[in-house]
Design a protein around this ligand. Sequence first.
Ligand SMILES: Nc1ncnc2c1ncn2[C@@H]1O[C@H](COP(=O)(O)OP(=O)(O)OP(=O)(O)O)[C@@H](O)[C@H]1O
Ligand SMILES: [Mg+2]
Length: 334
Amino acid sequence: MPNKPAILAEGLQKYYGKTRALAGLDLVAEEGTVLGLLGPNGAGKTTAVRILTTLLRPDAGRAEVAGLDVVKHADTLRARIGLAGQYAAVDENLTGYENLEMFGRLYHLSGAIARRRANELLERFDLVDAARRTVKTYSGGMRRRLDLAASLIISPPVLFLDEPTTGLDPRGRLAMWEVISSLVADGTTVLLTTQYLEEADQLADQIAVVDQGRVIANGTADELKTQVGGERLELTVARGGDLDAAAQALRPFSSGEIQVNMDRRGLVVPVTQGAQLLAAVVRDLDAEQIPLDDLALRRPTLDDVFLTLTGRAATTADLPEETPADRPLVRSSR
Ligand SMILES: Nc1ncnc2c1ncn2[C@@H]1O[C@H](COP(=O)(O)OP(=O)(O)OP(=O)(O)O)[C@@H](O)[C@H]1O
Ligand SMILES: [Mg+2]
């Protein structure tokens, strides 16, 4: 018999006054997996998390977490879930270490275990040097890391992380990713919301793309990318004046609309048989005497997915630096 999913939501609706935040949201996460809720500002991600963590009642629909109904069994459920931010109301006047130890005690860990867990988490989040300082003296990023550490004190079976890496520097983000991965390896189910397309790609087994309170696409990162079809050929022409001619020359290779970026002297061409086309592209552009600065072939990013699904770009302020996931499959500079 298949296990019950760790998270199940069916037809969730929620209004704030006249604002419809959720418009029939359906979600499933199997035990020990990461479900990524990906969507722009105002999509309804936080509202969904608040309902699933019993902080808010849905107007319609139902949800179960760890087999417990989020409305009927809210009290029992609360002891089995972690939520970054919620229980992590850190005390400014205590040190980082004291805060974590206190959270451990709140969760009824023995003193020795609470202290060990506190030390582990301080290490993991790179807070060892700051451990004996009061939180008052912490930077924003350090507080954020301590908050996250506090939500992980009990290794809850189901963990909700609402934009866990927002405001973290690349190192903090990597540390967070490592922690999430190791929790999941130990069997924790994680629902994380993110506006970082690349983060969902890295971490999530399944991604639900949320827009205007409902799921508009579902699947693994690969499936979503396949939905957008093929690969992307990215070119940078040496001379801006060549852009139009290059776009013209590339039209026969393209399986969709060619994007032109004047500022970067760039072209993005959706293609179906990427690798085989490269030689032909180079040859044709040579024949037209259009020199290139760069030519790369990459799989579509989740940004491309969002654009294809909604017809508009996802809001992704301060996206992290390029990571392996963004790197092209083939790159040749000339
Ligand atoms: N307490 C509230 N009162 C009124 N409207 C709200 C409230 N909380 C959220 N909303 C509205 O509900 C919609 C969904 O908001 P929600 O916070 O769930 O989105 P989100 O996906 O988490 O966005 P973000 O990426 O900005 O965190 C938005 O239109 C928002 O303005
Ligand atoms: Mg939110």
